[in-house]
Design a protein around this ligand. Structure first.
Ligand SMILES: *[C@@H]1O[C@H](CO)[C@@H](O)[C@H](O)[C@H]1NC(C)=O
Ligand SMILES: *[C@@H]1O[C@H](CO)[C@@H](O)[C@H](O)[C@H]1NC(C)=O
Ligand SMILES: *[C@@H]1O[C@H](CO)[C@@H](O)[C@H](O)[C@H]1NC(C)=O
Ligand SMILES: [Fe+2]
Length: 436
């Protein structure tokens, strides 16, 4: 059975089959969960936060009333706001007949690590709170891509929130609005309880592009306006790729839907960003993309190949530890790999596009299983990466089993920085691709 949804560019295979783990019946897609605007027009809604340079947090929120000032009051005691910050900018955007509310981005700080802050947006309305990430190990990341806004999304988020974590990482495909702009609003309302209390760091997916010939040729109108990420803070000229440091991890968010070839801005930025990494300060490097470079699912097979060919060598030479991808609505973990071969100095590739969107699961994997693919399963769920110290991290994958979350896969990882056999390639050495 093949379901083609009117707005989806790519076809997701949804084959009802009995396979993989016979004791478990694959769940069907679940209905959309639409969240209405229930607050007064002058109150903040769709609140979410993101890391914005060392010690700073960006608070992003929307008001229907465009006269509301972009200010955030905050402090360490509920109801007592000893500090306040003014917004960088408030914008609204139009997409055909739709006009967004006023979108405010306010950077606050400097903040202390591992500290709970209470905050209020726009001078009135509800109080929110978040905890800043730690300044040193251990740190825990929750990871899930291709979220959408269905009952499965709600189930995944409930599992994410049921156990403590520091930062949420999203490898693309957020709302599945697919040009229906009010769905961006309802998505942000659905995720607000999570995204207002822990930083949400996202990169773009194909469902976030929303380009339209002649009128919106470059796309990302809603995505860039609503999900402003710290690209300026990481010397990138585009919101579609950026990096940040948290505890001892350097995390690079790449854009699968931005130019990536050797002469592109993204390629040059990545090269410079990797050169700036100090492995003593950030012993771990993690990369997020949307379309996987390694994928043995029949859905989207080969779509990440152009980008892999352009950039894999750079990541390999820099000894990147893990590459997370989304796009394929399933879970798959590969061994350390480089250029399609197992390689002890290559990154572990993990596809985690299993957040629970309306398209359902990608059920069909190629057979036989490629030797580099170690675990694969078409189920919704989320991952957790707990970095214990500079040498050891634990990755686990948690399948949504109805209302429960069940750890189905896990692995201990040793950082490549600590590996004696995998020394980082000299940073100044030119990659052969530069000569092309
Ligand atoms: C899923 O949950 C049900 C009910 O709690 C349980 O009986 C079953 O063993 C679980 N199966 C898997 C594979 O998680
Ligand atoms: C890297 O960081 C360490 C620790 O902060 C510092 O001692 C060292 O000088 C840095 N290296 C470079 C090349 O900046
Ligand atoms: C790092 O963490 C691992 C796992 O908890 C532990 O076995 C190891 O001894 C730790 N290493 C250091 C240097 O603390
Ligand atoms: Fe996708």
């Amino acid at each position: 059975m093949k379901i083609i949804l009117p707005n989806s560019i790519f076809i997701t295979f949804l084959i009802i089959a009995t396979r993989v783990s016979p004791e478990y019946t694959r769940p069907n897609p679940r209905p959309l969960l639409l969240r209405q605007h229930v607050r007064p027009d002058s109150h903040a809604e769709q609140v979410h936060i993101s890391l914005a340079g060392k010690g700073y947090m960006r608070i992003s929120w929307i008001t229907s009333d465009e006269r509301v000032k972009a200010v955030v009051e905050y402090g360490k005691t509920s109801g007592e706001y000893e500090a306040y910050a003014k917004g960088e900018r408030s914008i609204s955007y139009s997409y055909f007949l739709y006009r967004s509310g006023a979108i405010h981005h306010v950077k606050i700080g400097p903040l202390e690590p591992s500290t709970v802050y209470y905050y209020r947006c726009g001078g009135s309305g509800p109080e929110f709170s978040f905890r800043t990430p730690p300044s040193a190990f251990p740190i825990e990341f929750a990871v899930a891509g291709d979220l959408g806004q269905t009952e499965w999304t709600a189930s995944t988020l409930a599992h994410v929130g049921a156990k403590d974590y520091d930062v949420f990482l999203l490898p693309g495909d957020l709302s599945y609005a697919d040009t229906q702009q009010p769905l961006w609003d309802s998505f942000a309302r659905l995720v607000e309880p999570y995204a207002s209390s822990r930083p949400w760091m996202v990169t773009q997916g194909n469902h976030d592009v929303e380009s339209f010939p002649i009128i919106y040729p470059h796309g990302f109108k809603a995505y860039n306006a609503r999900w402003l990420m710290p690209h300026q803070e990481s010397r990138s000229t585009s919101n579609l790729y950026y990096s940040f440091d948290v505890a001892g991890a350097h995390i690079i968010m790449l854009g699968s839907y931005a130019e990536y070839n050797v002469n592109s801005d993204q390629y040059k930025w990545l090269q410079a960003d990797l050169e700036r990494v100090n492995r003593s300060e950030t012993p771990w490097i993690f990369v997020l993309i949307h379309a996987p470079w390694y994928n043995s699912n029949l859905a989207h097979m080969g779509e990440g190949e152009g980008m892999r060919k352009a950039m894999e060598e750079m990541l390999y030479n820099a000894r990147v530890d893990i590459v997370f991808a989304g796009h394929v609505h399933a879970y798959e973990r590969f061994t350390r790999v480089y250029d399609n071969k197992a390689d002890p100095c290559g990154p572990v590739h993990i596809t985690i596009g299993d957040g629970g969107n309306r398209e359902g699961l990608a059920m069909l994997f190629a057979s036989p299983t490629p030797s580099v693919s170690l675990y694969r399963e078409p189920s919704f769920g989320h991952g957790r990466l707990r970095v214990h110290n500079s040498t050891h991290a634990h990755w686990s994958w948690h399948r949504n089993n109805d209302s429960d979350s069940l750890q189905a896969d896990e692995i201990w990882l040793e950082s490549l920085k600590s590996s004696l056999t995998c020394k980082e390639i000299e940073k100044t050495s030119k990659s052969p691709k530069d000569e092309l």
